[in-house]
Design a protein around this ligand. Structure first.
Ligand SMILES: [Zn+2]
Length: 451
């Protein structure tokens, strides 16, 4: 008996353990059912991408889809994800106007994404200052993939600072849930004092952003959190580390047996503050800041195996929110869903021997495992969702005005990438063909963390 598949996708498959040239992925319904190479079985649709690299759909471990427009932000942000080869966004909880810190808010967010999102979405939750930890088990039971808190206030309601006693209680309670707790890692008093001093001196142009958030602020918050992880046994996840020293701290705590991980955002591997701030100004404002003179050392942390995953930290800020008279009034964060994979692959190709392998590990396998999505997301393997991103090598100028994120600006505008996303498939359905987003609002689903 022969079975006809719904769809065959052909190309150089990026499998968990090897590259498979002349490979094929067989899809039935929403799942991958077989993998092979050479002549493929019959199917209703066969798409042959030649020598192009066929990856599992990428997972962005850090997206802020809903922090500016609120829940309607899913609609454009998720289309941008598909254009960037990202089939699953892990969305942060600091939504406008209210953060996701209760099961009621989770239900509203799930309803919104299953109405508006074009891609699949896993969700972080948070806990507000003084809220207590009772909601954490309920949120975990409802499938959130992690908790996120901050040691610095970015907004009093949406993105507050958690006091140390709350942080300790949250970490203790997280152990029962098994979920990681992510930290935005900057010390509030140090940063606020530095900003006040710079403002008083009239130093408000973009080059003062980096000194306003000194390394001491980032390392002090990082070390504090790691020590609380040691005290509690919690999985302490630093959601962005801008400097090699932070990854070294995480590695030392890991050596001691602490469940510590450090996430890299791709822009830290691409920009250098001293080199680029004159050209980009507030367009490269992120927090913790892109630093000066550490690019090569950050790439070494990748080579040393100290990076838990690489993410975009995509923020949905309109450029008007950035280009304001004082750098201290500019929003922190940059769009990144359509540049994460092309820019990372381009830089990897210049710096490592096996760029496809590292890209797969950092943007498919590692985020899938850290956020509990493995088995469903993160690999081309039978039983996994038929999420596929096809990466075509070439020379592709990046034009931010053509992005799908509704923002249409980027610090990468005008750069030439060595690859682009030629096609994206989400659960068996073709949703991007290199030019247009297909699929539909609400095709995206809430992806729960596996128990
Ligand atoms: Zn972030």
């Amino acid at each position: 008996m022969t079975m006809e598949f719904d769809r065959i996708v052909r190309g150089t498959l990026v499998l968990p353990d090897r590259l498979l040239p002349h490979g094929w992925v067989a899809i039935s319904g929403e799942r991958i059912v077989a993998i092979g190479n050479g002549p493929s079985p019959s199917a209703q649709s066969v798409e042959d991408f030649g020598a192009a690299l066929v990856f599992p759909g990428f997972i962005d471990g850090q997206t802020h889809a809903t922090s500016y427009k609120g829940l309607p932000g899913f609609e454009a942000t998720s289309q941008s994800a598909l254009a960037g080869g990202i089939t699953t966004m892990v969305d942060m909880p600091f939504d406008n106007p209210d953060p996701l810190n209760t099961v009621e808010r989770l239900a509203l967010k799930v309803e919104a994404l299953e109405t508006l999102s074009y891609c699949d979405v896993a969700l972080y939750a948070t806990i507000a200052p003084g809220q207590g930890t009772a909601e954490m088990a309920k949120l975990a039971g409802a499938g959130v993939c992690a908790f996120k808190i901050s040691s610095i206030e970015s907004h009093p309601v949406r993105f507050p600072r958690l006091p140390a006693d709350d942080t300790l209680a949250i970490l203790k309670a997280s152990v029962e849930t098994g979920l990681p707790v992510g930290l935005h890692n900057e010390d509030q008093e140090i940063v606020r004092a530095a900003i006040a001093a710079l403002k008083a001196a009239g130093r408000t142009s973009p080059e003062w952003h980096e000194p306003s958030r000194p390394l001491a602020a980032e390392m002090a918050a990082t070390a504090n959190f790691l020590e609380l992880g040691k005290a509690t046994g919690a999985h302490v996840h630093i959601v962005h580390i801008s400097h090699p020293r932070g990854y070294d701290l995480v590695a030392r705590y890991r050596e001691e047996g602490v469940r510590a991980t450090g996430e890299m955002c791709v822009h830290y591997l691409h920009f250098d503050a001293a080199r680029d701030v004159g050209r980009l100004g507030a367009r490269m404002k992120v927090s913790p800041p892109i630093r000066s003179g550490v690019l090569d050392a950050l790439w070494q942390t990748l080579a040393d195996g100290k990076i838990a995953l690489v993410s975009s930290d995509h923020s949905s800020w309109p450029v008007d929110n950035k280009l304001v008279p004082s750098i201290f009034d500019a929003g922190a964060g940059i769009p990144g869903l359509e540049t994460l994979v092309p820019s990372f692959f381009t830089d990897l190709s210049a710096r490592v021997a096996e760029p496809a392998r590292v890209l797969y590990e950092q943007v498919c396998e590692k985020p899938a495992k850290l956020f509990g999505l493995w088995g469903q997301k993160g690999a081309l393997a039978p039983g996994f969702d038929a999420d596929i991103a096809v990466l075509e090598a070439g020379s592709f100028p990046f034009d931010a005005s053509a992005t799908r994120d509704g923002l249409n600006w980027s610090p990468y505008d005008g750069e030439t990438f060595g690859a682009r996303i030629a096609a994206t498939f989400l659960r068996g359905r073709k949703v991007w063909d290199g030019h247009d987003v297909f699929g539909s609002a609400g095709f995206g689903r809430y992806v729960k963390r596996a128990a």
